[in-house]
Design a protein around this ligand. Structure first.
Ligand SMILES: [Zn+2]
Ligand SMILES: [Zn+2]
Length: 285
């Protein structure tokens, strides 16, 4: 079975994300290591780290992901903003390392001047600098597939392949595939023939060995809309079938699959159950 989990809040302490994940019988967890809409974060205290690591040790959780701040734009053509983003990203890496997290998921960024190629080069250049400043960190960076809103990069598999190819340390980079985003970006995930075609394209362009994690979200917006709005599993434009195909795909049976769906009415419990119930439903596969 894949390692199911959800993005959990750190309100009240970093360790609270682990407590919430365990309450939901998760095997994986994702968290922000700082407020995701602010540049400056409260310093991580020794006590924060101790509590988090202690709770991790005591838990049955198997994999942990951080998600970077939405303000960071390593593709920015504005030198000041690019530099600021780089500094903020290094701090995210340091925090993930201090907490002992496995992955740091990042959005590649936006080429706000419309020059995609230059934007991809800037992302790779920034990641080269991150690598030099965070030597031998065990935290692996995962580039996330995006919906392609506005000038956002990462909505074509070619964008992510290009960043990896331009990087001086390609082995330090992996991919997190978000089901809502790729669908909105125009990659079909069902029926099975289309699902397989999308995975084959991913393999040929990036390589499935780089695909290390999933964000499992349904989409409020239609196929190819390039708009990023998450829906509960089975209640959006994807429906259940893509998730049935994904959770039963033997290639991904030990991969983390993280919910980033709205939290109201403890819908995490419902969404996790929906995913779990699809495991083993291999009719016509
Ligand atoms: Zn996501
Ligand atoms: Zn999203």
């Amino acid at each position: 079975m894949p390692l199911f989990g959800a993005h959990m809040s750190i309100a009240g302490g970093y360790f609270k994300s682990l407590v919430a994940a365990q309450e939901h019988d998760c095997q994986a967890v994702q968290l922000f290591t700082k407020n995701n809409n602010q540049w400056a974060g409260k310093t991580l205290s020794g006590e924060d780290i101790r509590l988090f690591r202690h709770n991790w040790q005591e838990s049955n959780l198997q994999v942990s992901l951080a998600h970077d701040s939405y303000l960071i734009n390593l593709a920015s053509p504005d030198e000041t903003l690019w530099q600021r983003s780089l500094e903020a990203f290094v701090i995210e890496m340091e925090r993930a390392k201090a907490l002992g997290l496995d992955y740091l998921v990042m959005h590649p960024g936006a080429a706000v001047d419309g020059d995609e190629k230059a934007g991809l080069i800037r992302v790779a250049r920034a990641l080269d600098k991150v690598y030099l400043r965070c030597p031998k960190y065990h935290v692996k960076i995962l580039l996330e597939t995006t919906a392609g809103q506005g000038t956002s990069l990462g909505h074509r598999f070619e964008h992510l392949a290009e960043i990896i190819n331009l990087s001086k340390n390609p082995e330090s980079l992996g991919i997190c595939l978000d089901t809502c985003h790729v669908f909105a970006a125009g990659y079909p995930l069902a029926p099975v023939k289309e699902y397989r075609a999308t995975m084959k394209a991913f393999d040929q362009i990036i390589g499935l060995d780089r695909l290390l994690a999933f964000h499992v979200n349904d989409s409020k917006k239609t196929f190819g809309s390039r708009v990023d709005r998450h829906a509960h599993i089975g209640q959006g434009c994807l429906g259940l079938e893509p998730f049935r195909l994904l959770v039963n795909d033997r290639k991904f049976r030990k991969h983390p699959m993280i919910l980033e769906t709205p939290k109201e009415n403890d819908m995490d419990t419902v969404n996790l159950k929906t995913l779990q119930d699809l495991v083993g439903n291999t009719r016509n596969l």
